[in-house]
Design a binder for this molecule. Structure first.
Ligand SMILES: C[S@@+](CC[C@H](N)C(=O)[O-])C[C@H]1O[C@@H](n2cnc3c(N)ncnc32)[C@H](O)[C@@H]1O
Length: 237
């Protein structure tokens, strides 16, 4: 028997949805990706590539998902913003943490209505939909500052060359001690200089972050992630 992808640790209603989505990812995502790439859409931050990938789940690795849960628990997160919902795998890990923290809100953002609808269905099936609002459209517009509660955790998992723009948009509301987590900022696609500028921004201590870069493995591949704590007091903290 093949080794499990990860060790189940959530109540069955949540775990079953996570398991199904990872199984579907293995079975279906490679074919969708091959078709997208064959169509000449190799550039991951192009709207066209994401449009060609609307049937692909593209989730965080299971291990990184568990880290998201742990980070949201250790920060006592009540308000989380996510850039890149897709089918909602990372959202499920984060929403499970919010539920275990006693409640709160995730605002997640997705370019395509069809993907947002599938994420909403998955969250409903897991019994976590009441914790999540999915905003459809370009995150640079849907995440305009709303003067809400300070943000505890930001997850960046979409177009890499927009990570810095989205972070700067949210930063005034990020509380001191809040966490910024990003997936695969090193990955090819889009404007590589903008993605590098995001990593440089986090690494420059004058900007008020302390960052750790980590890697997780899945299906024989290595995926890089960056986890940063916001150490400076901001308007929101
Ligand atoms: C890698 S997937 C997210 C995976 C998800 N976090 C998970 O673990 O299941 C990235 C998603 O970001 C969406 N996206 C890309 N550019 C975006 C933008 N400018 N605003 C909002 N969503 C965007 C894509 O359509 C895609 O579904």
């Amino acid at each position: 028997m093949a080794a499990p992808l990860f060790h189940p640790q959530f109540p069955p209603a949540i775990q079953n949805v996570i398991n199904r989505l990872y199984t579907e990812t293995i079975e279906q995502d490679p074919r969708v990706r091959d078709m997208a790439l064959a169509g000449g859409m190799a550039n991951e931050s192009h709207r066209g590539f994401y449009a060609a990938m609307t049937d692909a789940r593209m989730p965080v690795t299971p291990e990184f998902g568990h880290l998201l849960y742990v980070l949201a628990r250790t920060t006592g997160s009540r308000r989380i913003i996510e850039f890149g919902t897709s089918f909602g795998v990372s959202t499920l890990f984060l929403a499970a943490a919010l539920r275990d923290n006693g409640g709160g809100q995730i605002i997640s953002t997705e370019l395509f209505p069809a993907k947002a609808a599938r994420a909403e269905a998955n969250l409903r099936e897991a019994g976590l939909a009441d914790l999540v609002e999915i905003r459809v459209g370009d995150a640079r517009e849907t995440l305009m500052p709303d003067g809400g509660e300070p943000i505890d955790l930001i997850l960046l998992d979409a177009a890499k060359d927009l990570y810095l723009d989205v972070l700067r948009l949210l930063e005034p509301s990020l509380r001191k001690g809040g966490v910024v987590v990003s997936d695969r900022a090193d990955a090819d696609g889009g404007d590589g200089d903008r993605a590098a500028a995001y990593l440089d921004y986090l690494a420059d201590i004058a900007n008020g972050y302390r960052v750790a870069s980590i890697a997780t493995q899945a299906l024989g591949q290595t995926f890089l992630h960056d986890v940063a704590i916001h150490v400076c007091r901001s308007a929101g903290g």
